[in-house]
Design a protein around this ligand. Structure first.
Ligand SMILES: O=C[C@H](O)COP(=O)(O)O
Length: 251
């Protein structure tokens, strides 16, 4: 039985004051014990969030990490070593905004995934196709390639510590959500690909859906057989909405 999970990616949003308000508002929410809940603040707010979440059933993660672990002369980068030291338990790798806007290749994403694991952080591997790729009928090929690169880098056993998030690029922040059937088709294909390597690992890996998930569409998406929860962007910045999505994952 896979434990449902809801992750809130706050992206490049928030100030110290608004982050404090959001945490306070989350404190007022009724939250389901059976759902694993994580928030991913901007790097500059990680320490504030880690201490602010004390007593709340959330853990904290970072939105990215450097390919290199440890310390060194890499201006502007933050290593998984530092994120772990700051109290992060999770890290997103390969979010489509980093792949498309910052040019992260499958190779870079795979090395970040490996770096996270080597420092004890649990990675959420994000993958997904663009609108052009979907229209060209390449969705399963694209996500299959993105997943295969990481499996080749770290091996299938590493996925016992990891989560995979399918986020069709055309659905992110657009208000266009994949239908539950579209999302399920991709999730089933990803699980099958993992199962070709190791059935037991594939059965245990949580596959999250991301892309315009809201309180009013979450239950239908989370009701699909291979959708184990969500990676939420915009809606995770509103405590009421995020709380409702977490509750939908617990039903
Ligand atoms: O990481 C989260 C995704 O990019 C989804 O963002 P969104 O819920 O605003 O569409």
């Amino acid at each position: 039985m896979r434990r449902p999970m809801v992750a809130g990616n706050w992206k490049m949003n928030g100030t110290r004051a608004s982050v404090a308000e959001l945490i306070e508002a989350l404190r007022q929410q009724e939250l389901p014990a059976k759902v694993e809940m994580v928030v991913f603040p901007s790097c500059v707010h990680v320490s504030q969030v880690v201490s602010g979440l004390e007593g709340l059933p959330f853990s904290a993660g970072a939105q990215d990490c450097a390919e290199q672990s440890g310390f060194g002369a890499l201006t502007g980068e933050t290593s998984a070593t530092q994120l772990s030291d700051a109290g992060c338990e999770w890290v997103l790798v390969g979010h489509s905004e980093r792949r498309s806007l910052l040019g992260e290749s499958d190779e870079v994403v795979s090395r970040k995934f490996a770096a996270a694991l080597s420092c004890g952080l649990k990675p959420i591997l994000c993958l997904g196709e663009s609108l052009e790729e979907r229209q060209a009928g390449q969705t399963l090929e694209v996500v299959g390639r993105q997943l295969a690169h990481v499996i080749a880098e770290v091996g299938i056993a590493a996925f016992e510590q990891a989560v995979v998030a399918y986020e069709p690029v055309w659905a992110i922040g657009s208000g266009l959500t994949a239908t539950p059937e579209q999302a399920q088709e991709v999730h089933a294909a990803l699980r099958k690909q993992l199962a070709r390597e190791d059935q037991r690992v594939a059965d245990g890996v949580r596959l999250l859906y991301g892309g315009s998930v809201k309180a009013d569409n979450a239950a239908e998406l989370f009701g699909m057989a291979d959708i184990d929860g969500g990676l939420i962007g915009g809606a995770s910045l509103k405590a009421n909405e995020f709380g409702a999505i977490c509750r939908a994952a617990g039903n």
